[in-house]
Design a protein around this ligand. Structure first.
Ligand SMILES: [Ca+2]
Ligand SMILES: [Ca+2]
Length: 758
């Protein structure tokens, strides 16, 4: 969020004051670190060097027009900016002023963007192609001083035209017209640490598991302890997520992703809208900041935000259960077109507006360019004023975005560079944590960070989140694969997805409230002072939901899990439930909360029911218990109804009788034992004797089965090698033709086995 660079810029940006802005320290509020200002700081120097070249020499023309030439300027700060060489952005509602400007520079208005029509409170924006041949680039250093007193340094440009367009914008701005150059953004992904694997293949990335609940940056616990999975679970227990693990109605959250390279695959939310609609499968024209390999960058950003869960494909993103996705793809990477396409993508009805916006791109400005480089500033703050929460990437150069400029050993009273839109007003700037740590990603590079000064709540980089994410294929369909990809391009949509969960938990929350919740629940105490806080999804969502009822439990005590009953014989079912209204409390579920279902149809309520079946066949009987949680619990028994005539209907144990006491008197390799004969009887409904193999004996001691036997009179050897009397429990079950015990025909006895006299 926006530490202000210089007084002139403060005027511009303070138009955008919001509640969000109030938690920032005012500009230059750290006098201890500002040294005496040198009064004779030299003017900046300018140079042209053909070795300095932009990432791309030209970009797509506007609306089918000729392609546009791009130049690069590099400042003493190391800030490198690519910009369109002959275009400026003019922001005004004064038609006469625009007309005069066009006359002055032999201009040509390429586009007009009417933000007010889209409900954004800012003047219309014109992209104007100008003729810079009459501009004196040498005036640039003096002009910059009108905005940033004592600004110095150097600019090296790819060509003089690039310096001239900066000077033109400075000159116009000094005369009161709101003019900016038109820089190009860069996606904030990096191509390192790639490891391709798939859920169904032997993984190359040894730490990968297809179960997102174990991923170190999604789960609760561990060093990161972000707890997205726990947040999902609580939303489900509260009923915000339905049985399909997806929110409905007012609990859905609209998120707009400003990016490019959207390749439709299974990881997109079911609800998704792309503007323009024919952009599906069209790669982004701008690359990543550390090389090629991300031509479908938007696809990975969507996966980091809301990759769908449990679909055997690719990634899982925090917002998956709640996000309705809007996407805007600009045909080119210049900020004028980005703002225009974004604005065109906004739904006409304010009520259809996205609540969250993600922009995973950035560019840098040297202080000499900042007065005319920040065309995004008013734009992003107007989004925030319109009630949208904007997440942006901190950038991947590993720099302190809040560092002050220096002249030799002297610290100058302005910042060394300006990272856009991270340092803009009204945005939440997200940095990246290294893999499975709470430290800033990578030493000597990786995520940018903000300087943490004493007494400050942190620098401009507001919050940290995972830098390395397991993301799926960015192709359209095809086999599932997962790669560990890196960049604040993914940190930003990750937090946007968590913000969506918070909003889903209580749809009446405002953007300011969601931001406050994210910031106040975030983890603090990183051993790395560059990380003021990192996102805590579990606590953020819990703080909205309050105490969440845990799952109830349900038990069927009888009959056993699988029973056989004859047609016409009543069978009684018994069960109970326990509720868990949170904080470790538990209470019996009342009878009115218990429902019996038979093959899916409710047949009775309460803790007990008796059924008499008139036809044979199997039934699934389920007892469902509903407690204070939105999620019910259930238990199931299988009932096999058999023909009455063939079915056994009586059983009896003849020996041993209950409590019979005997003494072991034989010895074998296992010790002292006694052969005990078990005698039982069972008859069928038609009076015939039940066949031997249907009589099953189970002998157990202390609940542990020690022997089984079958028939009317089997003999089992029972051992006692201890110096005390042991009790064996003996159960006779009569089995149906499937080998399933018949309800109501279980008989039991026991035998006491004395040890050998010592
Ligand atoms: Ca997935
Ligand atoms: Ca800065």
């Amino acid at each position: 969020m926006h530490r202000i660079l210089a007084s002139a810029l403060t005027i511009t940006l303070s138009l955008a004051a919001t509640a969000h802005a109030q938690k920032d320290a005012p500009a230059f509020s750290q006098p201890a670190t500002v040294k005496v200002i040198a009064t004779d700081v030299p003017l900046a120097t300018l140079a042209v060097n053909s070795k300095v070249q932009p990432a791309v020499s030209k970009i797509e023309g506007v609306d089918g027009g000729p392609s546009r030439l791009v130049g690069r300027v590099i400042g003493a700060s190391g800030a490198s900016t690519d910009l369109v060489k002959d275009e400026v952005i003019v922001r005004t509602d004064d038609k006469a002023a625009l007309e005069a400007f066009v006359q002055r520079w032999n201009g040509d208005v390429l586009t007009r963007t009417d933000f007010r029509k889209a409900g954004l409170d800012m003047p219309a924006q014109y992209l104007v192609r100008v003729d810079t041949s009459n501009v004196d680039a040498k005036l640039l250093p003096e002009l910059a001083r009108k905005f940033v007193p004592s600004v110095t340094g150097s600019l090296v440009a790819s060509d003089e035209a690039t310096l001239r367009i900066v000077a033109l914008a400075l000159q116009e701005k000094a005369n009161g017209l709101d003019v900016s150059v038109n820089p190009l953004v860069t996606s904030q992904s990096v191509a390192d640490r790639r490891a391709t694997d798939g859920p169904f293949a032997s993984p190359v990335d040894g730490e990968f598991s297809p179960n997102a609940f174990s991923w170190p940056y999604l789960r609760s616990g561990g060093t990161m302890d972000i707890g997205v999975t726990e947040a999902w679970r609580k939303l489900r227990l509260r009923g915000v997520l339905g049985e399909n693990d997806s929110a409905a109605g007012a609990n859905r959250v609209k998120v707009l992703v400003m990016d490019a390279g959207f390749n439709l695959n299974a990881d997109y939310p079911a609800s998704r809208t792309l503007f323009p609609a024919d952009a599906w499968g069209r790669p982004n024209t701008w690359g990543c900041n550390t090389g090629p390999g991300c031509e479908f960058h938007g696809t990975h950003v969507v996966q980091a935000l809301a990759g769908q869960l449990d679909n055997n494909f690719g990634a899982a993103g925090p917002g998956a259960p709640v996000v309705d996705l809007l996407m805007a793809q600009s045909p080119s990477a210049d900020v004028a077109q980005l703002m225009r396409y974004f604005t065109l993508a906004l739904p006409a009805a304010l009520s259809e507006r996205p609540f969250i916006v993600n922009a995973s791109f950035a560019f840098e400005l040297d202080p000499l360019l900042t007065p005319v480089g920040d065309a995004f500033g008013v734009f992003f703050s107007s989004l925030r004023r319109a009630g949208m929460l904007v997440f942006v990437s901190a950038g991947n150069r590993g720099i302190d975005v809040d560092a002050m400029a220096r002249l030799g050993s002297i610290e100058l009273p302005y910042e060394a560079l300006y990272v856009v839109p991270c340092e803009n007003d009204g945005v939440i700037c997200v940095g990246g944590l290294d893999w499975n740590t709470n430290r800033k990603a990578r030493e000597g590079g990786g995520s940018n960070f903000g300087q943490v000064r004493s007494g400050d709540s942190g620098g401009t980089v507001d919050i940290f989140a995972p830098f390395d994410l397991w993301l799926g294929s960015n192709t359209a369909g095809g086999p599932s694969s997962v790669s560990r990809l890196s960049g604040t391009s993914f940190s930003s949509p990750f937090v946007a997805g968590v913000a969506a969960l918070v909003k889903a938990a209580n749809p009446s929350l405002s953007a300011n409230e969601v931001e406050r919740i994210l910031m106040t629940t975030a983890h603090t105490g990183s051993p790395d002072s560059r990380v003021p806080r990192w996102v805590n999804a579990n606590l953020a969502v819990s703080s909205v939901l309050g105490d969440v009822c845990e799952l109830p439990s349900v038990t069927i005590t009888s009959p056993a899990a699988s029973v056989s009953v004859p047609v016409g014989s009543p069978v009684t079912f018994n069960g109970f439930g326990t509720d868990s209204p949170g904080l470790g409390r538990s209470a019996p579920l009342p009878a009115s909360s218990l429902t019996w279902l038979e093959n899916g149809t409710a047949v009775a309520s309460g803790g007990t029911m008796t059924r008499t079946y008139t036809t044979t066949g199997s039934r699934t009987v389920r007892l469902v218990g509903r407690g204070c949680s939105a999620v019910s619990a259930s238990a199931t028994v299988m009932v096999n109804v058999v023909p009455a005539t063939a079915a056994p209907n009586s059983a009896q144990i003849l020996a041993p009788s209950v409590g019979t006491t005997v003494m072991v008197d034989l010895r074998d390799a296992r010790g002292w034992y006694l052969p005990v004969q078990l005698i039982g009887r069972a008859t069928n409904a038609d009076g015939t004797a039940t066949r031997d193999e249907r009589l099953r004996w189970t002998i157990s001691r202390d609940g542990r089965t020690v022997a089984t036997a079958f028939g009317r009179a089997p003999t089992v050897n029972l051992y006692n090698n201890e110096e005390r009397t042991l009790t064996y429990d003996i159960v006779l079950d009569v089995l149906d033709e499937r080998g399933v015990p018949i309800a109501g025909l279980r008989r039991a006895t026991s035998i006491r086995l004395e040890s050998v006299p010592g």
